[in-house]
Design a protein around this ligand. Structure first.
Ligand SMILES: *Cc1c(COP(=O)(O)O)cnc(C)c1O
Length: 241
């Protein structure tokens, strides 16, 4: 990374932190109550390390292989590492012990497989349940009507700790467009909170990305996942050396 790139990264991170703080205050909340997760996909170890040196405290990775490669390069040193992408059951074993939170538990089957693997390692894995709030066929995640049963079944697993909900709403053209999805998610979050399930702690409501995180915070998100606004547009070409 050139010095110029580092400066640009620092400026973008400051700008995002400032926007998060403003959105929090506007919603009558404290900026420290919002966890900013930097979505690090497609950004190499050097860029991730630079972001951490600029104040990023949580990294969210999407692909297991990419996470393992960057983990071996100490990309996440100094930050908390979480998994936010689609997860195949045969790859769970690579994440246990490395990630503090798996945000993308979109089925009972996946949750049970994580519990099994965590138990094997003698650890308790924190997870979020992913909700397919837009009911999109192409997306994974639990439908709202599946949520109660999923919580009942997964909260019975000792090796699993449900810490909240995550959602990726449909791509919004205008910023206000996901307002209804975010509002609905918050309502569901509060409903579950009120029901006080054993072994379930509704600590995190993870929603909001570069294009809509302010709306998400306004609607009650306390965890946002931001990539582009931090790292700039992702280049899906081959990574430069
Ligand atoms: C990439 C990604 C993000 C961040 O997206 P941006 O629009 O770049 O902020 C958030 N959540 C998940 C699950 C992602 O894969």
């Amino acid at each position: 990374m050139t010095e110029q790139e580092k400066t640009a990264l620092r400026d973008r991170i400051r700008a995002v932190q400032e926007r998060v703080a403003q959105a929090a205050v506007k919603a009558g909340r404290s900026p420290e109550d919002i966890t900013l997760v930097a979505a690090t996909k497609m950004n190499d170890a050097a860029r991730v390390q630079a972001a951490i040196s600029c104040g990023i405290r949580v990294c969210g990775e999407n692909r297991v292989q990419e996470l393992l490669d960057k983990y071996a390069q100490q990309a996440y040193e100094g930050a908390d590492l979480q998994f936010i992408g689609t997860l195949q059951t045969n790859k769970i074993k690579y994440l246990i012990g490395k990630v503090s939170l798996i945000q993308s538990v979109g089925s009972v089957r996946l949750g049970e497989a994580i519990a099994k693997e965590a138990a094997k390692h003698g650890v308790r894995q924190d997870v979020l349940l992913e909700v397919n709030i837009g009911r999109e066929a192409a997306k994974s995640g639990l439908l709202l009507e599946e949520l109660d049963e999923a919580i009942a079944r997964l909260s019975a697993k000792n090796a699993l700790s449900i810490r909240g909900l995550m959602a990726i709403p449909p791509v919004a053209d205008e910023k206000t467009k996901n307002l209804s999805y975010f509002t609905e998610m918050h309502q569901v979050f509060v409903d579950i909170l009120t029901k006080k399930y054993d072994n379930v702690n509704m600590d995190y409501l993870s929603m909001g990305m570069t294009n809509d995180f302010e709306t998400a915070i306004a609607c009650g998100a306390n965890m946002i996942r931001v990539g582009t606004a931090i790292f700039g547009a992702r280049s899906y070409q081959t990574a430069s050396p």
